[in-house]
Write a protein that binds this ligand. Structure first.
Ligand SMILES: NC(=O)c1ccc[n+]([C@@H]2O[C@H](COP(=O)([O-])OP(=O)(O)OC[C@H]3O[C@@H](n4cnc5c(N)ncnc54)[C@H](OP(=O)(O)O)[C@@H]3O)[C@@H](O)[C@H]2O)c1
Length: 316
């Protein structure tokens, strides 16, 4: 798929760094953008320091781009104030350069579906603060595209896991790190309901497809990933990899409010509880029909994630 045009990835975090490496591996010239230099960058990639919330700075950092990816994130406790300006900066950069803008979103914008699988045609009916923020950010993108100011493709993924994913995910340190250390996995909600967990390398590959296949532009796509299983079934796979049973310490909804008094992230998680007390299933068939089956089998994804956690110096 090699091409000589420049792809600019805003965000060098959990997904941004995987996407940068994936694009570079495809022979694409890549520039990553964030405020702080990431600890590691895929070989041959350029990196630029910029505050994306400043539109002029963002446009300058994206100079020469044919495709721009929005993989930024704002502090979880400050989405309404901090997240929209970040995306506006990147949107301005795409308008300025004429680049295709590929945006990574989560699923908060849909709101509760009563367990019905999420398809791309669902209305954005979020009932939570962070969900309404995300839905408003999507509306800004769609309005800009409709007005002919920018070309966009939106990719959505569920709670993710993978090598390098430690914080900010239901399946990070407190599941994989705890499991390897012989502690119970922390989990919020009902572990016996089916839940789609996305795998970061699949998200990166999916975003790269949106950036390189002309059929993706102008549409929303649910990114591929392993099939939905119950969280307990996923933890059984983790147990198989770590070599001992993994218990679950499930935090009930009623406990979140008092715990949230001392832990601001738990306070924020309370409003997302609905995602874990009803089935939470992402329908990725639109992507698979268009671009082919692409999700990593769950056992392989869990094995690779546990293998990465084992390489960390502080892992017992
Ligand atoms: N967590 C999940 O399970 C999940 C699931 C699906 C989708 N998502 C979505 O995926 C997206 C990316 O999440 P992530 O976890 O990969 O993010 P992350 O690891 O938190 O990384 C965020 C990146 O944004 C950069 N950034 C923040 N403020 C910036 C600014 N003002 N200017 C330039 N760069 C800035 C950060 O670098 P600096 O701080 O150095 O600037 C960092 O590289 C988010 O939209 C998230 O909602 C998350």
């Amino acid at each position: 798929m090699g091409e000589d045009r420049l792809h600019v990835v805003f965000g060098t975090g959990q997904v941004g760094s995987a996407l940068t490496a994936h694009l570079a591996g495809q022979g694409i010239a890549v520039r990553a953008v964030s405020r702080n230099r990431p600890p590691a960058l895929a070989g041959g990639c350029d990196w630029r320091a910029a505050d994306a919330s400043d539109p002029e700075t963002a446009a300058d950092a994206a100079k020469g781009a044919s495709v721009i990816y929005q993989c930024l994130n704002a502090p979880y406790t400050q989405w309404p104030e901090r997240f929209p300006p970040l995306q506006r900066g990147v949107l301005a950069a795409a308008e300025h350069t004429g680049a295709l803008l590929v945006v990574l979103e989560n699923l908060y914008g849909y709101g509760p579906t009563g367990g019905k699988p999420m398809t791309e045609d669902l209305p954005l009916a979020a009932t939570t603060v962070k969900g309404r923020t995300r839905a408003a950010m999507t509306a800004e993108l769609l309005a800009a595209a409709e007005a002919g100011r920018v070309r966009i493709a939106i990719g959505r993924a569920s709670d993710f896991f993978g090598a390098g994913v430690t914080q900010g995910s239901a399946l990070g340190e407190r599941v994989f790190g705890n499991a390897l250390a012989g502690r119970r996995a922390d989990f919020i909600g009902n572990p016996d309901l089916p839940h789609t967990y996305s795998y970061v390398p699949d998200i990166a590959a999916g975003l790269a497809t949106l950036g390189t296949d002309a059929r993706a532009a102008g549409q929303v796509w649910h990114l591929p990933g392993p099939p939905a299983v119950t969280t307990r079934a996923l933890l059984d796979l983790v147990a198989g990899e770590v070599g001992h049973p993994v218990g679950i310490r499930s935090v009930p909804k009623l406990a979140l409010r008092p715990l949230g008094l001392v832990n601001p992230v738990l306070r924020e998680l309370a409003e997302t509880y609905y995602q874990f007390d009803q089935p939470f299933i992402l329908d990725t068939s639109k992507y698979e029909t268009a671009f082919g089956t692409a999700g990593t089998p769950l056992p392989a994804a869990v094995a690779a994630t546990v293998a990465w956690y084992r390489t960390r110096p502080d892992t017992p």
